[in-house]
Write a protein that binds this ligand. Structure first.
Ligand SMILES: Cc1cc2nc3c(=O)[nH]c(=O)nc-3n(C[C@H](O)[C@H](O)[C@H](O)COP(=O)(O)OP(=O)(O)OC[C@H]3O[C@@H](n4cnc5c(N)ncnc54)[C@H](O)[C@@H]3O)c2cc1C
Length: 471
């Protein structure tokens, strides 16, 4: 099918009356939810307790045609258009005041072809929605660290998951996607069809279209050696972790959080509240090799807790269930080629004065398969950074003074950011245009802006980490 290349659309709203929504409603297989609907308050919720926004309408799409209808409706009236899959946008882009929100959260169908090792996954499915059915066939996709994260946002940003060192990013396993463009066309993007669009949706963060379905290649992973290794939070432990995590065998992917021991069932009562480096571990090779590969981490200090054992892959999500519960967050993050002792000391000191018991500093050792994909293969291009660091201020009560927590995050951020190089688009808040540029090397940004010009010249898809169309 040919794709309409749109003329620029006006950025000011065209005369709009509420009864026009009835026309949209009548075209949908799914639902149109407005302020007069009984479930409006439920429909406008996202993960964050601090988000209290009132969209014009939530289009709870049932299929790609519904999405196209909503896109056409918003474009024709120059209405703001937001996209919601799992609702975890750290920048809170998926629920916007006065917008038409295309809500894919009930488009969750997951079809596994076990012989071809392929999954067709609607964009409203979450990482957890895919992990269970895939595991039933001894298969898996490397998805993020939290089951409730939507495949829509995760994949269009890149997807740094629990097996990223072995199997690369989620987008490195993407074979094709069904996309609704700003023109309202429903097209397939792959290496063979609309390859420019396919390049741009793999890391472009929702700038060039709304994905309604992904087709992924799955890895032959049923059981993993996985669990949590909690070590005392000392300089030597964090140094040892960082030195090992980015150069260990590819089968080992880890996510390490400098945090207070939470009251979890696997934790001795008397250790709750202690400052630890909590390392979440997924090893995809044989158990014997895994025990050998883990030995250097276990040798860093006497563990506070060590639950690492053979488990079905989806069970790793048990360790992060709490991250799916509503909360408030403030975040700053970066990729880094190396991390000095100064970063370690600043992080340890900051944790001693954290303003919330739930706040943490996250480190991920990268390298591996993700780094072996050439940088210009996808719009996600920060391939060679060895580390990812995120400072996450996290609190539960919307009534708390957010500035206390954002101040804590900012202060550590200012101390460590000189060692950063680039940022992951999916871990950006609203941090301004320069930080969006940090998510893409200059040539990548320019290519993305050019593809944006062709597919979305009016910047209809602008509630995201926006790359405006090239003029
Ligand atoms: C608790 C938590 C843990 C996380 N862990 C990880 C992790 O381990 N690895 C990782 O890589 N990321 C992680 N993230 C970041 C996560 O990938 C992003 O927040 C992502 O955008 C969430 O996707 P979503 O569909 O849930 O969000 P939504 O809020 O629904 O969408 C976010 C944005 O993504 C775009 N988007 C969403 N759906 C589509 C679509 N169907 N088509 C086109 N664009 C779309 C839109 O611009 C939208 O504004 C985590 C986030 C949280 C809150």
């Amino acid at each position: 099918m040919s794709v309409a290349i749109l003329p620029s659309t006006p950025t000011h709203p065209i005369a709009f009356s509420y009864d026009q929504l009835d026309a949209l409603r009548s075209r949908l297989v799914g639902r149109l939810i407005t302020a007069s609907s009984p479930d409006f308050d439920e429909a406008r919720k996202v993960l964050y307790v601090t988000v209290d926004r009132r969209p014009l309408a939530v289009v709870r799409a049932a299929n790609a045609e519904d999405v196209a209808a909503a896109v056409g409706f918003a474009r024709a009236r120059a209405l703001p258009l937001a996209v919601r899959s799992g609702g975890h946008s750290l920048a809170q882009h998926s629920m916007i005041d006065g917008a038409i929100v295309v809500d894919l959260s009930t488009m969750k169908r997951v079809n596994i072809d076990p012989d071809a090792r392929i999954a067709r996954v609607q964009a409203g499915a979450t990482s957890g929605d895919l992990a269970g059915p895939a595991n039933a066939h001894g298969l898996a996709l490397s998805t993020g660290d939290t089951a409730s994260v939507g495949m829509g946002g995760l994949t269009t940003g890149g997807g740094i998951g629990f097996m990223v060192r072995k199997y690369g990013l989620a987008i490195d396993n993407l074979l094709s996607a069904q996309v609704v463009t700003a023109a309202g066309d429903i097209i397939t993007a792959s290496e063979f069809e609309h390859p420019d669009l396919f390049w741009a949706i793999r890391g472009g963060g929702g700038n060039v279209g709304i994905v309604t379905e992904f087709t992924y290649r799955l890895a032959p992973v049923g059981q993993v050696l996985g669990g949590a290794l909690l070590l005392p939070a000392t300089h030597e432990v964090l140094r040892g972790y960082l030195d090992y995590a980015a150069s260990a065998p590819d089968d080992l992917t880890t996510i390490a959080n400098l945090m207070r021991v939470p009251p979890a069932p696997f934790v001795p009562q008397e250790r709750i509240g202690e400052l630890v480096l909590a390392i979440l571990i997924v090893w995809t090779g044989s158990v014997e090799d895994g025990e050998r590969a883990l030995a250097p981490l276990r040798a860093l200090a006497t563990p506070v807790v060590d639950t690492v054992s053979p488990i079905p892959y989806p069970e790793i999500y048990r360790y992060t269930d709490h991250q799916s519960a509503p909360h408030a967050a403030s975040i700053r993050s970066m990729f880094a080629p190396e991390l000095s002792d100064a970063v370690i000391d600043a992080s340890l000191a900051a944790m001693e004065s954290a303003t919330s018991p739930y706040s943490l500093v996250q480190f991920r050792g990268l390298g591996g398969a993700r780094a072996r994909v050439v940088a210009d293969a996808t719009a996600f291009a920060h391939r060679d950074s060895r580390y990812f660091v995120a400072i996450i201020g996290l609190w539960l009560d919307a009534a708390e003074d957010a500035s206390v927590h954002t101040g804590w995050v900012e202060s550590l951020w200012q101390a460590i950011r000189p060692e950063g190089s680039g940022v992951y688009v999916n871990f950006l808040e609203n941090e301004g245009a320069n930080r969006v540029r940090d998510a893409y090397p200059p040539a990548t940004y320019a290519r993305l802006a050019e593809i944006k010009r062709r597919y979305d010249p009016g910047n209809l898809f602008r509630f995201n980490q926006n790359v405006p169309p090239r003029r």
